[in-house]
Design a protein around this ligand. Sequence first.
Ligand SMILES: C[S@@+](CC[C@H](N)C(=O)[O-])C[C@H]1O[C@@H](n2cnc3c(N)ncnc32)[C@H](O)[C@@H]1O
Length: 279
Amino acid sequence: MLPEADFAFIAREVRMRSGLVLTADRAHILETKLAPLMRIGGFASLKELAASARSRRDEAMLWAITDALTTCETLFFRDKALFDLFRETVVPSLLRSRGPMAPVRILSAACSSGQEPYSLAMLLDELAEQASPVNAEIIGVDISDRVLEKAKSGLYSQFEVQRGLPVRLLVKHFEKVNEMWRISDRIRSAVQFQRFNLLDDLHPLGRFDVVLCRNVLVSFDQPTRKSTLERLAGSMPEDGFLLLGEGETATGVTDAFESVADQRGLYRRNAHWKASVAA
Ligand SMILES: C[S@@+](CC[C@H](N)C(=O)[O-])C[C@H]1O[C@@H](n2cnc3c(N)ncnc32)[C@H](O)[C@@H]1O
């Protein structure tokens, strides 16, 4: 068992870097999740690994620990109802207010290995075929280089393509390469990936008309959820849309967003928010 001081050190460093809150009742998961790092570094125990990171303040090691402890679980068209809302509510609203060929920038914040932004790209591809093209730019960001490398490769296992991806889209957009499935260049090139920490200032990324920020706020504490949502709101126009994960909410966390009635997970930027913050 990891001594309390070592656990507290790891928890503090991980939280500072990523926002992830590690509570003492989850201490046991460290052993499993950090086992590969222990092996690579030749550490006989978790205690040794923690002591080494602590005494040398080894930045690379501390980021590797952070990366190993974040949850990267994702799947194609995760929470399908939200993708339906994107197609049926968000896209028509933006096309109405902006005009048919106006550029629409979409952020997949904490995109993990790319299934979320690629699902959007496939959905937009279908809309284009149905004569509703959207002039969209999709950016996927994540803190983890490891998952971004996978996202950029566009290569998925049989297990991964079986989760959430309709067979007709698998046949249409993927080809089998040995044991893996590779997404088509057309869909791959519709998404740009970039390493980015959601705890940082978002302005360098530019403005986004639609933000998906799903299944990452859940691992932050309440003040970090609030500040993250407000940074996102600060990089969105007044008619921008936010989509959250199942079980996540902006209500009661910040006034920067208003939920769209009867549409679970869908929010609009609150047009009065900046004024009330400045007041
Ligand atoms: C559970 S996955 C969610 C993936 C996708 N959004 C979904 O809902 O399926 C959470 C992702 O958040 C990323 N993450 C955690 N903290 C982050 C931070 N501070 N900035 C950017 N990404 C972060 C992790 O690396 C991980 O890939």
